[in-house]
Design a protein around this ligand. Sequence first.
Ligand code: MN3
Length: 207
Amino acid sequence: MFKQIELNYNFNALEPYIDELTMITHYSKHHAAYTNNLNGALDKLPDLKDSSIEDILGNLSDISDEALRTAVRNNGGGFYNHNLYFATLKPGGSNKPTGELADRIDKEFGSFKSFKEKLTAAALGRFGSGWAWLSANKNGDLHVSCSPNQDNPLMDNNGWVPILGIDVWEHAYYLKYKNLRGDYIGAFFEVLNWDEVTANYHRVKSA
Ligand code: MN3
């Protein structure tokens, strides 16, 4: 039985960058529904009862029933992606990565600024609903990508694990930003918790 992460901040705490009604709807309706629907699908897949969500999403082809596989892909992705998203937000954010992750970003992307531009371009360029990602692998390498719907890099099963995800579904920003996805992406960086992203990086690296 998978559970949504508990938020350690209030729904209105990310104002003015992410508004309270968006947070309430996003967490209590959208994320809750993905989580409930994932658990409902897994009730019919007792073999997966003890599997981690990472293992399930990395091995979707093991689910032979097509309707159940689709349900787990969409709702398992939605469950996992939003746990990552909400966990990496923080009132006031935290400016920039530091330490080893900061060094690695400089090495792979040239500078923090060009990394941010690359991730922003991935988020802006995602046509329709989806996500933009910063992923890491066991070697500590970094990779920027985007995916449609609730898909994520775990589903490719090639070693990339997302450590930061920007939700660019309209439900993540439309109430406040309407069609201005770029403004929302800029606001997202203002409340991004780099300490949590850094912790994710080290977890993937040491796995
Ligand atoms: Mn969402």
